[in-house]
Design a protein around this ligand. Sequence first.
Ligand code: SAM
Length: 188
Amino acid sequence: MAEARMQISAEQGAFMAALVQLLAARRAFEVGVFTGYSALATALALKEAHPVGARLLACDISAGWTAIARGYWREAGVDDMIDLVLAPALETLDARIAAGEEGAYDLGFIDADKTGYDGYYERGLKLLRPGGALLFDNMLWSGRVVDPADATPDTTALRALAQKAKADDRVHSVLAAVGDGLLICIKK
Ligand SMILES: C[S@@+](CC[C@H](N)C(=O)[O-])C[C@H]1O[C@@H](n2cnc3c(N)ncnc32)[C@H](O)[C@@H]1O
């Protein structure tokens, strides 16, 4: 597919699956599904950690790309544990907070519109339990975050989030050189 570069790498999928195991995660959410690869890696690991009761909330706005995802989730036997919601993810996360799900999630993975990252960070911190982890993809942005000449909205948003997380007393954070840069924020 022309957009295939949007998919995370196999190495990153394996790394995220290891984080699921370390956290003994049972409930996770993902923002940015595309054709479903990162959700599949997460769901398989959640199911291994919790054969009964594992759930993944998957948020996207594309019916077309996520139709491909559903096919692979079905083939892998995890479709019944994934709740796919097609709506702007900020609305979906706000609805879950309003429904009383604060503190109910072990893990969140954010891989969608970069200017939305700060909003996903604040919602994500509410949804996570203490000790849970929030992961942000593309934090190196192919090196553009350290190019002072790049003041585009996406680059500016990623740079601001990295600085915010580093200074934020609510989290322990580390920027892992996995894929295009994976920011890991562990809620205190
Ligand atoms: C980089 S791709 C996700 C790749 C996926 N994590 C994978 O590994 O294959 C970004 C996705 O975010 C979705 N997206 C963009 N803006 C969004 C929004 N406001 N709410 C929810 N999803 C959004 C796009 O439709 C696209 O499928």
